[in-house]
Ligand binder design. Structure first.
Ligand code: CU
Length: 298
């Protein structure tokens, strides 16, 4: 039983409502621009929503895409592909699997993809320095992201540059909620750094504390956590002193992207790669909730 906005408003009103909400989240300056009808308003150099009232211009923004709060909102263009945003129980863990279905997808230049928010509280966010990540989208692509669209809504994005696009869901990235889209040619793709190069991470980075305390699984987790941060630090330093450190995909995001089924050439060959093709080992959780609720043990 999904509940979404089914107020008897016209479709056009729904679109406007979504746009107003987007603008509201962007701050008062943007809202002011909206009321004065300024098209392509900017704040600090970033292009904001096109707030022109011309209905023929209900385009898909290269940065903000096209958010629709419910399935009733008419899309401005017919999408070429659809991706479902799903959640399913994870065996032996309270944290479920959050995934994009399909997880890997090949699209042609100019294709529009529609993400259906079958479940709520997700985003579709590029790995981009604008969000504090090392760039994992083609050069020149802006830091695009869907807002957190309500359950039952959708988001559209048009792919205007060839290359490989790695994206994630902001709230669930570390649990492996990521996807990869290859647009046209995968040229320029750079694999993730090999965090396991030089031997098991637990024997190098973590030191005495872990070898004394935990064994097996837990030790491995702490080791890989430390190693991941080290790796990010080294790369960040390469980028120039004083610059904020840019992160790489971490934890289950890293292992999902490292799965061979998401290699760009596999995605090109298969067209789409479902979540089920990814090795269960690469879907495992590295972050767990322990000690909650913090009740007295007696
Ligand atoms: Cu998510």
């Amino acid at each position: 039983m999904t509940t979404h906005d089914t107020e008897p408003t016209a479709e056009r009103d729904s679109i406007d409502g979504v746009r107003r909400n987007v603008l509201r989240t962007l701050g008062a300056g943007a809202a002011l621009a909206a009321t004065s009808g300024v098209a392509g308003a900017t704040t600090g150099g970033g292009r904001l929503y096109d707030v022109d009232d011309d209905t023929s211009d209900a385009d898909i923004d290269p940065q903000f895409g096209f958010p629709a709060a419910s399935a009733e909102v008419e899309p401005p263009v017919e999408p070429d592909h659809e991706i479902q945003i799903l959640i399913q129980p994870r065996e032996g863990a309270e944290i479920p699997e959050f995934f994009f279905e399909p997880t890997g997808l090949y699209v042609e230049l100019g294709d529009t993809v529609k993400w259906n928010f079958v479940t709520g509280h997700h985003t579709v966010t590029a790995y981009h320095p604008g969000f504090g990540y090392q760039q994992r989208v083609p050069d020149g692509v802006p830091p695009f992201s869907a807002p957190a669209i309500p359950q039952g809504g959708y988001w559209l994005y048009t792919f205007e540059t060839e290359g490989v696009y790695d994206y994630h869901c902001a709230p669930h990235e570390i649990f492996g909620h990521v996807g990869r889209i290859v647009c046209g040619s995968p040229e320029g793709f750079e694999p993730l750094p090999d965090l396991c190069a030089g031997g098991p991470p637990s024997e190098e980075g973590a030191g005495d504390e872990t070898s004394e305390g935990g064994e097996g699984e837990e030790e491995g987790q702490e080791g890989s956590e430390g190693d991941g941060e080290d790796e990010g630090g080294e790369e960040g330093e390469g980028g120039g002193g004083g610059e904020p450190e840019l992160r790489t995909p971490a934890f289950t995001a890293y292992t999902v992207f490292s799965d061979e089924s998401l290699a760009p050439e596999c995605i090109v060959r298969e067209g789409a790669q479902p979540w089920s093709t990814i090795d269960p080992d690469n879907k495992q959780l590295f972050v767990r909730i322990e000690g909650f609720p913090p009740c007295a043990s007696e």
